[in-house]
Design a protein around this ligand. Structure first.
Ligand SMILES: [Cu+2]
Length: 111
């Protein structure tokens, strides 16, 4: 059973799901409302990333992504060869994000 089912949600979007997780970790309702206001309209994607040689590679990609307009919450995991981020489709698209990672010398694909 997923966390959202646990509190009685059905047909949840990824946004609902993540809001539920925040709620279950004890976030206040005011924080949740602010979080939702920031995150409505954002797309969440997970990436598989090839070509990283060490943790610094992961840090470089993560820092670079974090500077891109329309990208939030970028994370890159060297050991898992993966990453994730939220982006605002009105400001940036997935192809551009993947192309930018490629320009850094790594190969990213949607997970
Ligand atoms: Cu490296």
């Amino acid at each position: 059973m997923s966390k959202s089912e646990a509190i009685g949600y059905k047909d949840v979007t990824p946004l609902d799901e993540r809001a539920c997780e925040l709620y279950l970790t004890g976030c206040s309702i005011l924080y949740l409302l602010a979080w939702l206001a920031d995150n409505i309209g954002m797309e969440h994607i997970k990436l598989n990333i090839e070509g990283m040689h060490c943790g610094s590679c992961a840090t470089s990609i993560q820092m670079y992504l974090s500077t891109q307009e329309g990208v939030e919450n970028a994370t890159v995991d060297y050991n898992g060869k993966k990453g994730g981020l939220d982006y605002d489709p009105s400001k940036i698209n997935l192809d551009k994000i993947l192309a930018e990672i490629k320009d850094l010398g790594f190969t990213a694909t949607k997970a």
